[in-house]
Design a protein around this ligand. Sequence first.
Ligand code: ADP
Length: 364
Amino acid sequence: MAQVILKNISKVYGGKVQAVKDCNIEIKDKEFVVLVGPSGCGKSTTLRMIAGLEDITEGELLIDGEVVNNVPPKDRDIAMVFQNYALYPHMSVYENMAFGLKIRKFSKKEIDERVNEAARILGIEDLLKRKPRALSGGQRQRVAVGRAIVRQPKVFLFDEPLSNLDAKLRVQMRAEISSLHEKLQATMIYVTHDQVEALTMADRIVVMKDGEVQQSGSPMELYNNPANMFVAGFIGTPPMNFMEVTVESENGSFYLNEGSFRLKANMLHDSILRPYTGKKIVMGLRPEDFTFCMKSETDRTINGTVSVVEPLGSETNVFVSTPSNVITGRISPTAVVQKGSSISLLPTMAKAKFFDLETTKAIV
Ligand code: ADP
């Protein structure tokens, strides 16, 4: 069992910089939780408080029901993998992996068994005699993970472990860490600024901004039901399109008037739009929520001019300039769209999200 609970945790550096504010996160046993957010949002600080590398200014940290605020890192039964790998350059791969066990006075036999087993799991048996400088970035990363595995900790912490790898290797290591989680059935807390890593690896994602948790949920929950505009814009690439619209009511139907276009709302949304009649709100539509067509239709399409066409192989992103906005749409790579041509975007209005203009919270 390894459950981690953060109860109203705050961190203030030097009495001035509030890095984490009243953070509440419950991480279940065997869960893979990803803390994600832009640089400086307090992810690493949160992780380092869990590891015991930073003091907790306020709140309680519980591991398996026990408050550990004052338990030193070495007694928390946690292993951390750092972005820069933090390997000892003068030690071989074997020695690097064995080091933590040696200082904990494990027997030679036990160390040998654990290191060999971890090396087997990670596919680095052939590298055990090498020094870190003779390894590629991906291999070093595996050794750093191996050093955590041999400890058989209650909880694994990962601090941006893939940021120093090239794009292709990152994709591969992402899958490797996910399958490692399956194999080890351990609780893992993973920090990244990369929302793709979060979406692809997490059982649950915790989105942070300015030291505060914005939302926590499964990748699809966050994608489909973002709690606010920040989460809506942060999760998903290209990001969700936001448009400021006035809610209008006419003959029992609702319309969203942007100025340069007006769209009839889906009946599904009548009850949430009603209280906003006559008011401005923000409408959000994801790039895949549009169909491209040649013909404009009253109350159904947004008309614009294609400003950029970005083919990605499996799909094509198209940027459409309207009088007040640039809207990103996504189309099949076989569709032909010319830069500079006039185009109509037909949104799937059932998929539209709505946000309060002032609070930026989702209207639900
Ligand atoms: P992230 O991991 O999301 O990039 P951090 O947790 O590293 O963010 O930092 C959160 C905030 O705390 C930032 O404003 C950062 O400048 C500040 N900070 C981090 N470490 C220290 C420190 N040792 N002293 C003072 N401020 C710090």
